[in-house]
Design a protein around this ligand. Sequence first.
Ligand SMILES: Cc1cc2nc3c(=O)[nH]c(=O)nc-3n(C[C@H](O)[C@H](O)[C@H](O)COP(=O)(O)OP(=O)(O)OC[C@H]3O[C@@H](n4cnc5c(N)ncnc54)[C@H](O)[C@@H]3O)c2cc1C
Length: 552
Amino acid sequence: MASAAQVDFLVMGAGVAGLRAAVELADHGDVLVVTKESLGESNTHYAQGGIAVAMEGGEDVALHLEDTLAAGDGLVFRPAAQVLVAEGPERVAELIEWGARFDREGVRLLRTREGAHSRPRILHANGDATGAEISRSLAVFARAHRRIRFAEWTMVTGLVVADGRVIGVDLRDGEECCRRVGARAVLIASGGAGQAYSDTTNPAVATGDGIALAAEAGAELADMEFYQFHPTAFSLPGAPRFLLSEALRGEGAWLRNDRGERFMERYHPLLELAPRDVVARAITREAMGATPGETRPVHLDMRHVKGVDLRQRFPGISAFLARYGLDLARDLIPVRPAAHYLMGGIRTDLDGRTTVRGLYAAGEAACTGVHGANRLASNSLLEGLVFGARAAQAMPAGDPLLHAAGPVESAAAPFTASEEAELESAISGMQRAMWAYAGLLREQSGIREGLAAQRRFRAFLDEIRQRAKSSRRLAEAQAICRVAGAILNSALARTESRGAHFRNDFPRRDDEHFAKHTVLRSDGRVEFEDWPDSRYSLAHAVSHAPAQASST
Ligand SMILES: Cc1cc2nc3c(=O)[nH]c(=O)nc-3n(C[C@H](O)[C@H](O)[C@H](O)COP(=O)(O)OP(=O)(O)OC[C@H]3O[C@@H](n4cnc5c(N)ncnc54)[C@H](O)[C@@H]3O)c2cc1C
């Protein structure tokens, strides 16, 4: 079926949200799951610390809700958070039944605590390889289903829109162009966009493709200014920005500045377990040198932690650090923040509907409002399970299959080596501009500089396209460009500081004007909106999608 011209349901992405949705959809029709690289290459696969879930009954669920609301800094859409914490236990129990093996002591599931959680409720697998286990178990379960097929190393490059409804997608297999597949409904589960930044914990596939394609098709985006920066990515020149999980601080790790001081007591009563945005900004401030551009080292310190076998508890992290001659039990570990998780995304209701008919979204690519201005640690794997399943339950009620006829992008000239280098250098320039101007500490003049860089980048990409060039990398660059524009414009509009969005020029939270979600309309306007209650549904949203088939 992978080469079929029509399927009932097309799922873009094979992370936790896409795989969970596919399993549900298979009860209602044929499903094609498309993934840009191999099945295992996703943010899900790299998730370390665990999955937050309240499995101890009503009080635990209520506390999980409170923690989620508190982390989101006044902007969590409460009905979405209620759905997450209430449906989470059932989704996780089901996952265990399907074969996911979480760490246990005897029969008892082990639970750890992470930043801003009021009690230990984070399940983990193989110590610090939770995402890989979730991805593995879901993929095995989905592969056994005869109605689910996979197209690996295949990129969705366009959404086919007719009469305001998404009726299919354009696909690119490797460097070969291109084919069109019709579908009754399309689910975007393509994950985040960490690659919009020069420093990120996200793998190379996380270029925000689905978010950009949805916006191009006329879907609204929401809360795009809220990018979570993980406080503790490994920081050694030449080494990757490998994530040093929050669970290290959950097990007692301290942060120290270059004078050896444990500085978090100056920033928050919860110290190292304060919300992520607080810890990340504290590290940024402690790392600032005397002159602009000069940075000072900040370290994680676990040398005092007793009674835990750190190599056994964190086998993946320990193996990574050993490559650089470092040991958690013996050494100070250099860290700095990196772009990690997009709270915003394609605006959806609680059933994954976007503002365009036939188009659904779930997981990190979507914005239900569940994370508000700042995600609670380990809530996103749970989000993928819960909202992936819900979107899939809504999709069968969609429209009948239409024939997605129309032109498919013709084969274009390949890039020369020097053009490839030129493109790569332009992408790096945009990523650095995002880090500098839409990073942890923002202000109006910088955001405007960032927007100017984004306009230059867009003009450069338009010029390449006029040369009739096409490649996976060019499509990714276009996605990065669109996502960067959305983040910068939303950050410019929010003249306050809240959660992960900090403005040096507006350092206070301003509930009077800004306790609302930003919505990026299809015409590019950014507006602030209340999402009042659980009856909120986009089922009858006016579609702004262009009438013509679109393909990028
Ligand atoms: C290093 C790291 C550690 C993390 N640790 C945790 C943790 O401990 N707990 C937690 O809850 N969260 C954690 N997170 C966040 C969490 O992993 C993600 O938010 C979540 O897995 C996202 O799932 P998803 O299904 O939405 O997307 P992803 O898992 O990112 O999957 C996206 C899929 O879309 C595909 N795709 C993208 N573009 C295209 C395209 N154009 N065409 C076709 N396919 C495409 C990709 O190939 C991939 O298969 C971590 C993230 C990282 C990066």
